[in-house]
Design a protein around this ligand. Structure first.
Ligand code: MEV
Length: 343
């Protein structure tokens, strides 16, 4: 039976979190730690999932029930991605049939076949590296390879972003773009702009706070805050958007001092939005006290990771200071390759 393996990178938000959900741009980079999905075609009409990183073992249901009924939390992104893939590929197939273009007709799964999905990750789902988006992208890409239904990156983005919205209702899609395109991107919500940037040698340190952020809850908190004081919060979003534009230029010019200052400013605005945390702020302060150009949280806030931009000569000292403040250093390379077929 046929098998396909696909991998996609995790991500780190460099600038612009939260404001990006409200139409401002952000900067995101793909990281070297990857998510992997293996899909096997089965000769019985069942959907099977093993995703040990999110505590799903031997989950199984009839193919006809995929996307329906109760879905365990850890299985949601994969199962909804599979359901979305089948409904969109059916639509694509029927369009092709209508166009009488039978030579381009994709293979489809036969009614007596099923799939077995196995996922594994090189990074913990606790880090906030975008494991949900990465796994969604891997599953959609591997299904398209398995069934010979070509998806352009744009189509893949559209389906993966739809899946993320189906599951968590809100989000910009920046993490989906990082998983698909890789590299470092200037991004605007829903993929309105996805611009690859040539950024090399960014001397970043990543520190994990030890707790997982719940992105949906944090987005909800920010939107509640905005309901109470919409003018002030809109103003913060716009200021963050302005920082992103300046950071893009400074990053391209390798002007790390300016990038660092902009990170500090971005962090002030994130604290004003209420998504900082004492632990993240302690790790950030520790890195700055040992000479980091700048530091900020990365992602939804409340937990997950912080990033510090460091003069190379101070890297060791800064890493030690972050550890002393209770953080765990995560070794990652940035600008990683986007989604790819492994077999
Ligand atoms: C979460 O990592 C970043 C947010 O901006 C959400 C999103 O952009 O989807 C809070």
């Amino acid at each position: 039976m046929k098998k396909v393996i696909v991998s996609a990178p995790g991500k780190l938000m460099l600038f612009g979190e939260h404001a990006v959900v409200y139409g401002r741009p952000c900067l995101v980079t793909a990281v070297s730690q990857r998510m992997r999905a293996t899909i096997d075609l089965l000769d019985e009409p069942v959907f099977q999932l093993n995703a040990p990183d999110v505590h799903i073992t031997n989950y199984q249901k009839a193919m006809s029930q995929v996307g329906k009924g109760g879905i365990p939390r850890g299985a949601k992104f994969v199962e909804i991605a599979v359901a979305n893939f089948y409904s969109s590929s059916e639509a694509k197939r029927s369009r092709e049939v209508q166009n009488d273009n039978s030579s381009r007709q994709a293979r489809t799964i036969k009614s007596n076949q099923g799939i077995k999905v196995t996922t594994s990750s090189e990074f913990s789902s606790q880090f906030g590296f975008g494991s949900s988006s990465a796994v969604t992208v891997c599953v959609l890409k591997s299904l398209s390879e398995l069934l010979g239904i070509h998806l352009s990156n744009k189509e893949l983005f559209k389906l993966a972003y739809k899946t993320v919205l189906d599951v968590q209702k809100k989000g910009s899609g920046f993490d989906v773009a990082a998983a698909i395109y890789g590299g470092t991107l200037y991004f605007v919500k829903a993929g309105k702009i996805i611009e690859p940037l040539q950024i090399n040698g960014l001397p970043l340190i990543v520190g994990y706070s030890g707790s997982k952020a719940d992105t949906v809850t944090l987005m909800q908190q920010v939107s509640e805050k905005a309901k109470k004081d919409s003018k002030a919060i809109e103003n913060i979003y716009s200021e963050i958007g302005r920082l992103v534009t300046l950071a893009k230029i400074a990053l391209l010019e390798k002007d790390w001092e300016t990038v660092g200052e902009l990170m500090n400013k971005n962090q002030e605005y994130l604290n004003a939005l209420g998504v900082g945390s004492p632990k993240l702020n302690a790790m950030i302060a520790a890195s700055l006290s040992e000479g980091a150009f700048g530091a900020k949280l990365s992602g939804a806030g409340g937990g997950d990771c912080m990033i510090a931009l460091c003069p190379v000569k101070n890297k060791q000292k800064i890493a030690k200071a972050i550890e002393k403040a209770g953080g765990e250093i995560i070794n990652v390379q940035i600008n990683a390759e986007g989604v790819k077929l492994e077999t």
